[in-house]
Design a protein around this ligand. Sequence first.
Ligand code: NAD
Ligand code: TYD
Length: 343
Amino acid sequence: MKNILITGGSGFIGSNFIEYILKITNDVKIINFDNLTYAGNPENLKNIENDARYKFIKGDICDEELVSKIFSENNIDSVINFAAETHVDRSIHDPNIFIKTNVLGTGVLLSNAKRTWGDNFSDKRFLQVSTDEVYGTLPEDDKSIKFTENTPLQPHSPYSASKTGADCVVQSYFDTYKFPTLITRCSNNYGPYQFPEKLIPLIINNALNDKDLPIYGDGKQIRDWLFVEDHCDAIWTVLNKGKIGEVYNVGGDNEIMNIDIVKHILDHLKKPHSLITYVKDRLGHDRRYAIDAAKIKNELEWTPKYKFEDKIKDTIDWYLSNSEWINNVISGEYQNWIDKNYK
Ligand code: NAD
Ligand code: TYD
């Protein structure tokens, strides 16, 4: 059995990852370490919470004492760090928690992994789940330019700046100690269990409730969308086959304008385009993200399995059949449940 410490496993991508890994392996034990912020939800893992290969620990990755205890008490082979504050709009209003969790928290995990593993870490791995937003923004008029792993880091939001800081600390552990780090930088994900403050679940939920759909600026910003299971598979591939010290971009060659996604969702739900409401643009809003994923495809033979047209339909249908999940998340019922059960 391999023991993998997953941080942030109760969030959107982390919970999809845990479910996926327990489905495709039988020799992996998962320790999910998450402090259940507003974005972390134990309900996301209800399908596997009683699996003997799964253990949950509630806590903060910035908590030195607890992180040290977790490393001493569990024979951890790999760390996959999903834990982060992740919403750009929140980072614009309250940057410091982003800097604390995303930079300091990553540092605490790294120093404890290093202390625990000592010099004997050749078969260990520390994988940092990062984002294409560290590269900044791309021109809209030249589609031949995409983010490669060599694109300079030029983040604009406090969120992306804090993720960049974390990446630099991770990379420094490889450069200084030859510590076995890996970094993945993925484009925008969509799929089940995404907190309904992000574009796709927010639009689905508002449309279902005939509420205005807030489109920032002209709505012509471009994102490169990837189905969450494809991202999970890429992380697993990098963990097992990636070369230590390397960065791997992950994306689906799937650039779409925000406004087109919104219209697509409205059409699928048979809701009127008149719900679209243009609002003030996000501060420092990046115009275009697009990933060149040639390295992971060529070197590690990863390729996305799913088509956007199919998986966006499944995703909309998932939110339609899980309206209780959305309502509970929005009403804060889970937060009350968490306060009662974990505090
Ligand atoms: P999310 O906001 O849905 O989940 C984050 C999880 O981290 C939550 O469960 C939360 O409780 C936990 N967490 C937050 N602060 C913590 C702390 N101090 N200690 C322990 N746990 C803490 O985020 P997500 O969309 O699942 O993203 C996961 C990772 O993937 C993040 O690192 C993010 O930067 C990266 N990423 C996300 C996307 C995307 O499109 N969502 C794309 C590329 C990269
Ligand atoms: P988001 O889902 O917040 O992801 P990110 O900012 O990390 O790319 O936003 C995706 C795009 O949608 C981004 O260009 C901002 C835009 N957007 C809106 O136009 N309206 C909204 O209400 C939200 C949440 C996002």
